[in-house]
Design a protein around this ligand. Structure first.
Ligand code: COA
Length: 204
């Protein structure tokens, strides 16, 4: 839908979806109905995102049992987070992509490359999107951006783990080309019981 122009009596603006459904407005424009367009941006994290990123992660810890940390378990302060982002960006084969809706971080995808010569080609992926923003294609967009980045820097394999009952996660991963490689039995301890995880991967 590149370059499509919408017009009506009260509404006249241009927009285009880029490859990943991200909506970009090009001015001049006037949003008459707020729900008509979301100004969503997928971009690389920066050190300036440290505080917002911690908030996002804490909110995800509270909202979902599918991430690693329990509510209240995250103790990273802003300085530590800044340093972590600095190291991540300096590594060259790791990245965090964030989804930003009108200045607010609403999701992220962390892609962590191997640190040795024998596993540098591998990238481990973690994703989390705030509940109210799920089911809108943001996960798909984050993966598209990540895969583009991974191919560019010569990665060969993307991998992840997911709880076997995480239907939304499995649907997203299958959609973007991941396959189940095996089961890690009793891999996590969640709300008083052991939970199995799938190992999934995509060869680039
Ligand atoms: C899993 C998660 C990342 C998916 O992100 P998302 O932005 O909702 O995904 P998308 O909107 O791009 O949807 C991708 C596909 O999954 C499907 N899907 C989404 N939610 C679903 C659900 N609850 N059940 C079944 N399928 C679902 C969509 O229909 C879509 O397929 P389609 O485009 O063919 O319709 C998101 O739900 C999330 O962050 N959940 C909480 C944390 C979490 O589980 N993280 C992953 C830990 S391994």
């Amino acid at each position: 839908m590149d370059g499509t122009t919408l017009s009506s009596e009260t509404l006249l603006f241009e927009f285009h979806y880029n490859d990943h459904k991200t909506v970009t407005l090009t001015g001049p424009f006037r949003i008459v109905r707020q729900d008509e367009v979301h100004l969503m941006q997928i971009r690389k994290i920066t050190e300036a995102d440290a505080e917002d990123y911690i908030e996002l992660c804490k909110k995800l810890d509270d909202e979902t049992d599918f991430m690693m940390l329990e509510p209240g378990e995250r103790i990273t302060n802003v300085e530590q987070q800044k340093n972590a982002i600095h190291s991540l960006l300096a590594a060259g084969n790791s990245m965090v992509f964030v989804a930003e809706d009108a200045g607010k971080l609403v999701g992220y995808l962390g892609a962590y490359g191997g640190e040795f010569r024998r596993n540098k080609h591998k990238v481990y992926v973690v994703i989390g999107i705030l509940q109210e923003y799920t089911g809108q294609g943001i996960g798909t967009a984050l993966f598209a951006e990540t895969e583009k980045w991974a191919r560019k820097m010569g990665a060969h394999r993307l991998e992840l783990t997911v709880m076997v009952h995480n239907e939304a996660g499995l649907a997203l991963y299958r959609k973007v080309g991941f396959e189940i490689e095996g089961i890690a039995k009793d891999s996590l301890f969640v709300n008083g019981r052991y939970v199995d995880e799938y190992y999934m991967a995509k060869i680039l």
